[in-house]
Ligand binder design. Structure first.
Ligand code: ZN
Ligand code: ZN
Length: 373
């Protein structure tokens, strides 16, 4: 099959012919309908994060189950699924505590070693082993993933756009509704209006926030932020974001979401908080960087700093819920899609994302008819 292979930091990802083995016990094969292009893929290419290479990129995707490994009874061939990049083990301490995004098997084996649950890869290229990216590797015609990484969704939903639910939507909406548990009437700001930030804005709207202030440096993203629920927008290319946020919400911000993950934006999120407020780190910086804040001021103001990994979602429970919200019109996914392109254009799509020319781009695989039941 065709897939996008990345050799090592410094190289450009390329479309290549690779081999995908049959699913083993507890795994399924999924034929990809669409894969979303996310900033996390860029972090890998730039070498910001250390992962096992060579690797097939992509960690956001949707598709149709096309083969079952031995013993799989939870899914059937033909099921529509959204891929999750935390294919949790279900039995470790964190899984049992309802925090599958912290799954020990994913954190210690799947993610760092670029393999599936049994410690091996299903991907090869002319005899050499290729690694899986976050147990997904969706920039490909097909994938083999653990059953827990393929979340069955309703068949009457357009499957291509559902790819976004597996990363950007879960991360953004989850950060607001799960990690921070924003209450109705709260005041919220979101720094960064890309794929994740716009979903933080949608999450804040769903949570009933009274004020939702969007911060970005690109006017067209701020325009879209308004359409998705922002009550106020701040163009931080021409003004000091912290000062502008405090002026916009003089009563104080209850929550500030950093959807960028640069050190500067993390520091802004903390500095802009009102009394009792919480800064939520959603966007991810390169490994090993450190932000500064004033602990005395934080303590005196009774403020909190929260980390949010994968929006603190439980994928099996929350991905179908997010799909329902989309189907009922409460969650806008189409506005987040700036382009649909063939898999072969993945290198160009990644370059466009890096240059800020794109929102969420979908790499389209095989077409899937919508089934109405
Ligand atoms: Zn992502
Ligand atoms: Zn686990």
């Amino acid at each position: 099959m065709k897939a996008i292979v990345f050799e090592a930091p410094g190289s450009t990802p390329v479309l290549a012919e690779v081999d995908l083995a049959h699913p083993k016990a507890g795994e399924v094969e999924v034929t990809i309908t669409a894969a979303g292009v996310c900033h996390s893929d860029l972090h890998v290419i730039s070498g910001d994060w250390d992962i096992s290479t060579p690797v097939v990129l992509g960690h956001e995707g949707s598709g149709v189950v096309s083969a079952l490994g031995p013993g799989v009874t939870d899914l059937e061939i033909g099921d529509h699924v959204v891929l999750s990049w935390v294919p949790a083990c279900g039995v470790c301490r964190y899984c049992l505590a309802g925090r599958p995004a912290q799954c020990v098997l994913v954190a210690e084996v799947v993610a760092p070693l670029g393999v599936l649950h049994d410690g091996t890869s299903r991907l090869t290229q002319q005899g050499r082993t290729l690694h899986h990216y976050l147990g997904v590797s969706s920039f490909a015609e097909r994938v083999v993933v653990p059953v827990s990484g393929a979340i069955r969704v309703r068949k009457d939903a357009p499957l291509d756009v559902l790819a976004l639910v597996g990363c950007a939507v879960a991360t953004g909406v989850g950060a607001v509704t799960k990690t921070a548990n924003v209450q109705p009437g709260s005041t919220v700001a979101v720094i960064g209006c890309g794929g994740v930030g716009l979903n933080c804005i949608q999450g804040a709207r769903l949570a009933g926030a009274a004020r939702i202030v969007a911060v970005d440096i690109m006017p067209e993203k701020l325009e879209l932020a308004r359409r998705l629920g922002a009550t106020d927008v701040i163009d931080s290319s021409s003004t000091d974001a912290v000062k502008a946020l405090k002026e916009a919400v003089p009563e104080g911000l209850d929550y500030v979401f950093d959807a960028i993950g640069k050190i500067s934006t993390t520091e802004q999120a903390i500095a802009a908080l009102g009394l009792g407020g919480a800064a939520v780190i959603v966007g991810l910086p390169p490994t090993g960087q450190h932000a500064r804040f004033d602990p005395l001021a934080l303590a005196e103001a009774d403020q909190r700093i929260l980390g949010s990994n994968y929006g603190s979602v439980v994928p099996q429970r929350d991905i179908p819920w997010l799909v329902d919200l989309y189907m009922s019109g409460e969650l806008d996914l189409e506005s987040l899609v700036s382009a649909r392109r063939p898999l072969s254009e993945a290198p160009e799509a990644l370059a466009d994302l890096a240059a800020g020319r794109a929102l969420r781009q979908l790499l389209i695989g095989s077409p899937t008819p919508i089934e109405t039941e």
